[in-house]
Ligand binder design. Sequence first.
Ligand code: CS2
Length: 492
Amino acid sequence: MTASHLPRLNRDIAACVDNALTSSLEKTRAPGIVHLGIGAFHRAHQAVYTQCAMELEGGDWHIIGVSLRSETVAKQLNPQDGLYTVVERDDSGSKHSIIRAVNQVLVAPEAPEKVLDAMCSSNIKVISLTVTEKGYCYHGANADLHLEHEDIVHDLAHLNRPRSAIGFLVSAIKRRISLHLPPLTIISCDNLPNNGSLLKQMVLSFAQQIDKELARRIASDYRFPSTMVDRMVPASTPDDLSVYAEQLGYTDQGMVLTEPFTHWVIEDSFAGPIPAWQAAGAIITKDVHAFEKMKLRLLNGCHSAIAYIGFLASKRYVSDVMQSPMLADFVLHLMHHEILPSVEAPEGVDIRQYCKELLQRFSNPKLQHSCYQVAMDGSQKLPQRLLNALQYQLTHQGICAGISFVIAAWMQYTSGRDLHNAPIAVQDPLAKPLSELASDNVQEWVLNMLAFDAVFPKNLAYNARLVSEICGWLRRIRDDKNIELSIAALLK
Ligand code: CS2
């Protein structure tokens, strides 16, 4: 137990895994999980819990990883037999473990039929996903599956060669049902509120388009637990790989770098067996929502704020932002005065201590998490990270200058120009329409932005107080051309 009473990964087991080269784990490596979206986060989080679970309580739970877009991870991991190193680093040093939970990586665009075969194997009991927010093809304004999304249109027409995670899931489930295979537990591990229910809704909406009976079977037999996942995992750079190659004495193309902290809360709702994740430190509970809300708003909300103000203040890493007293004070203000009021502590968690630990995690100078990386896909992130807390503050006549400031900073960012007019390579599925809203007429820009219903809920569009807050901060940011100066005005 730690000060905020959150259980952590069983460290002794992590160490024992590291020395387990000759364990039974090595001999069989039989798969039980297909994971869609095997990026760095999965490799530093669920795969580590799964390996610990196998070490503790056994079971055939190796992972077949799937890349839905690029072949990069397959090229890194397959020649290494799926093995890779997780390096945890902070001020006190670094620690590494070799993870052997991944069997192989399939590349969906190259061989969708292989992915479907894997998902339809009778050994597979769990399918998990980290496909990022945009991978759910969710349409904010309709609060449902985006039926006009090009991947969904494609998958509805070519169910045997899908592209999207949703298309793969429905195609595989349809086949599993026709083969009389047992139902699966399908676990979303993305940073979305009620991620399990959301995924279920997307899968059912897609299935309805094909066959209502299929949708009914999925709803009754398959389980979609919600989860709260937490570990900061920056993208590894070629420099990192060469530095660690020297330190470790081997080259690992699939190495992932992360922080010591890790946390996983899973809703207790399963269609069949699961690995002994609980023994490895995960919490399995009936009520995951309190954890999700706390984490999405306090951690991810502040993280996105740090990313936009940090980028515009020419800070490279999240920890650089925390080193500026002015910017760090802003984060503190945002966290405590504007986000925290809308969050209730999950049972047994000391939320003040949780906030304190978050500030320490953001400040970890060894993590090197770039503002640019966290700034990606803001249109998909802001609603659950900051706009829910904003709605709470507006309804309760609370302060919202900080959140409005972050929205103004994000708007400047999405314009594709920084405060000195240098171009920004904005990575966001809605980058084009967002940049087209930018205007020298700030009032017009803000009104059009708040009416952009793929991001902003309808009730925010006409909120006079919000319009005036954001206009004020956006003008100020653009006039000052110095984020720290503008923040000084906010904090005074
Ligand atoms: C980050 C998250 O990139 C981002 O948007 O806020 O990936 C964050 O590092 C994790 O959610 C931490 O658990």
